[in-house]
Design a protein around this ligand. Structure first.
Ligand SMILES: Cc1cc2nc3c(=O)[nH]c(=O)nc-3n(C[C@H](O)[C@H](O)[C@H](O)COP(=O)(O)O)c2cc1C
Length: 197
């Protein structure tokens, strides 16, 4: 591998603690572990007021600038948002409104979301994927959605969710490897096909 990849998670929940942050962090750590890299998770909740303070990036606080730059320089980005009114939160969109229009081109993006139930699981496909289509990113084919029932006291308790995370990592690893290391030849891996899909 050309270099140890830096995997950056972004949690678009306005609350702390947050199931979305737990999910994003777990997925980011799993990808980092599988690629021999490192991971960082950025919580947008503490940046809520900062993000509303100015219309343009140049007027935003130093810690927002730092968060934006961390995402723009990542090798892999794991994004996550709670479902709010059947889509991602306004906070999540506000943050990505300030990401450079061309900063995420071809960057591998892992899409994740949480919700009260499974009813709005397709927000990953119908709302998140088109947003990163705008950025011309390489959105990885398997998104990960979790419902409140998959957590207890803000910890993942569902074996099914863990299996979905493992499957997403193993299925998309060849894509990520070939992307961050041009010398790696894409080689499909064998993977389980759990009934959950
Ligand atoms: C304002 C608001 C709107 C919500 N809208 C939805 C929704 O449309 N669909 C859904 O499944 N859950 C909805 N929820 C539930 C949250 O998505 C769910 O509790 C989520 O896991 C919270 O994530 P967090 O712990 O990271 O904040 C809503 C919650 C709030 C506070």
């Amino acid at each position: 591998m050309a270099h140890a990849p830096h995997v950056v998670g972004v949690s678009g929940s306005p609350t702390a603690p947050s199931r979305t942050t737990v999910l994003v962090d777990e997925v980011a750590r799993s990808f980092a572990e599988a690629t021999g890299g490192t991971s960082t998770t950025i919580e947008l909740a503490p940046l809520l007021a900062d993000l509303g303070a100015a219309p343009f990036r140049s007027g935003l606080s130093a810690r927002v600038q730092e968060a934006l730059e961390t995402v723009e320089s990542a090798d892999v980005v794991v994004v996550g948002s709670p479902a709010y009114r059947a889509t991602y939160t306004g906070l999540f969109k506000l943050f990505f409104d300030h990401i450079g229009q061309y900063a995420l081109i071809d960057k591998p993006i892992v899409l994740t979301a949480t919700g009260g139930s499974d009813r709005h699981a397709l927000l990953v496909e119908h709302q998140m994927r088109p947003l990163f289509g705008f950025f011309q990113s390489l959105t990885l084919p398997l998104g990960i959605y979790a419902a409140e029932a998959d957590f207890k006291d803000y910890a993942i308790t569902s074996d099914d969710l863990r299996e979905r995370i493992n499957t997403a990592v193993s299925r998309t690893l060849p894509l990520i490897r070939s992307h961050i290391d041009p010398e790696t030849i894409y080689a499909p891996v064998e993977f389980a096909r759990p009934d959950a899909f």
